[in-house]
Design a protein around this ligand. Structure first.
Ligand SMILES: [Zn+2]
Ligand SMILES: [Zn+2]
Length: 190
């Protein structure tokens, strides 16, 4: 299977420009200022784009809610963009920006994700909101295999989830081929 290479830096700049374009279009359409939204290209898996809000207070009167600053972010999947560049530029980018504008205009908690508010922003953008891109994800890394650090007397080993679970259940133990010592899970920093 051919592996897809993530989009280049110049393509990333183009995606940033396109994102900014839709934010500015929103400013014209809704006569309101929206700040430039931070964009990252670190999304993995089967999703092309994601609008993410962190630090929003979930409950009132809770101990840690004090200094919670809200930060907003759009994340794009550089592999899916690489494979379907034009589609993502014309569909995924306005899709995520529309989530951002809906959040600014109404507050995400007050609307359903792809409800009438979001559809009306897509309509205002002139983008068909009924289009859900169907991507063939062959060649795109869809899963990150989790690794667990184990130590012997000479080095660090990485065990996959299957072996790690066997160790946890006491069904197996593994020896280092070099020093012959049984591997022990490395202490985890929390
Ligand atoms: Zn969406
Ligand atoms: Zn060893």
């Amino acid at each position: 299977m051919n592996c897809v290479v993530p989009i280049s830096e110049s393509q990333q700049r183009e995606v940033l420009d396109q994102t900014e374009h839709y934010v500015q279009l929103g400013e014209t359409l809704f006569r309101q200022q929206f700040s430039i939204i931070p964009v990252t290209f670190d999304l993995r898996g089967r999703t092309a784009g994601m609008y993410k809000v962190t630090g929003q207070k979930k409950r009132r009167g809770f101990g840690w809610a004090g200094g919670g600053e809200t930060s907003r972010q759009i994340r794009y999947n550089p592999w899916i963009f690489a494979k379907y560049y034009e589609e993502n530029l014309t569909v995924t980018v306005p899709h995520e920006v529309a989530h951002y504008l809906v959040d600014c205009l109404y507050g995400l908690r007050h609307v359903s994700p792809h409800g009438v508010e979001w559809k009306s922003v897509m309509d205002a953008f002139g983008v068909d909101s009924s289009v859900t891109a169907k991507f063939n994800l062959a060649g795109i890394p869809t899963r990150q295999y989790q690794q667990f650090a184990y130590l012997c007397d000479c080095k660090t080993h990485q065990l996959g989830i299957r072996r790690h679970n066997k160790v946890l259940k006491g069904q197996a133990s593994y020896l280092c081929r070099h020093c012959g010592v049984t591997l022990q899970q490395a202490p985890v920093a929390i």
